[in-house]
Design a protein around this ligand. Sequence first.
Ligand code: OSB
Ligand code: MG
Length: 368
Amino acid sequence: MRIDRITLREIRMPLVHPFETSFGRTTERRILLVEVEEDGAVGWGEVTCGERPFYNEEWVDAAWLILRDFVAPRILDIDIASAADVGGRSSHIRGHHMARGGLETAAWDLEARKLGLPLWQHIGGSRTEIDCGVSIGIQDSVEELLELIEREVRAGYQRIKIKIKPGWDVEVVRQVRAAFRTIRLMADANSAYALSDAAHLRRLDEFDLMMIEQPLPHDDIIDHAQLQARLDTPICLDECIRTARHAEQAIEMNAGRIINIKLGRVGGFSEALLVHNVARAHGIPVWCGGMLESGIGRAHNIALSTLDNFTLPGDVSASKRYWKQDIIDPPVEVGPGGTIAVRDEAGFGYELDRDYIDALTVREETIR
Ligand code: OSB
Ligand code: MG
């Protein structure tokens, strides 16, 4: 492939409900979209970083500059064998996986469209529907949380993830479990604890959680291994796994028993495939995480989730849980059984609502 244009666009989209994690609350998303073009054919990607450098080091303004000043010059008007080689063109850049992943995923979409293949088939996926869970943020009261869970369980979602932090953890999980005795339930701490909290976290063992996600610091695989040795509940790693090598090391050390794969966090499809394969080779199940994506990132997540080792429900859910109106058509919908059916159109499989994207755009820059 030979990409002759890269366009960066920032759109603003208010969330239907604010989303709160241990590191903060989001009410309006700033989303950086990446469009790549080759001979008139285009592909689209989404940079999945947050508005602030709190989940990882990335945020929208930094991602824009990384792409414009350091990635684009390594991609434009250069013959690249295939989308699988796009990520490697910027692997000399330290970190900034989400910025780089926005362009990498756009290149995969472009390549799939040119081949006339659905993206999920192009990456080697085999599922025709994917299993869905939801991630529910920290609420003002347990009553509100219980109501939200009730609604999502009734909608058919196959597992419920709640966010925890010190002061909103054991007693909240106890009440949720008391109200919903049989649901598949898990908790995500987004790095809010330290290894010295091990005795406290052990109290979660009595609630039959599927897993506890990323309890300890974002970059500390070693402490997670220490903690896993003291917990019955499986640890799922999110923030810690930025490369396939990290996955290998974490698995070797027994730092967790499940891996959440996010396209952005690992820099795109090529590395996500490697993480998936490493986990599969070790018998470690994976699932697809979410970053409050617009329809574009959501469509990429659906494609990723069709790989065979995505055996647990992910955080990929219906557009309407996030947006009054999504930028893709149709919006992502979840059936009563809690699944999303893949689409057979070429590329990521949805139409873009270009007029709506234009209306949401606050800045745009084209690099040739
Ligand atoms: O840790 O999985 C996370 C949202 C923002 C940042 C980090 C995370 C999340 C979610 C939401 O859990 C998943 C989603 O619904 O997109
Ligand atoms: Mg997480």
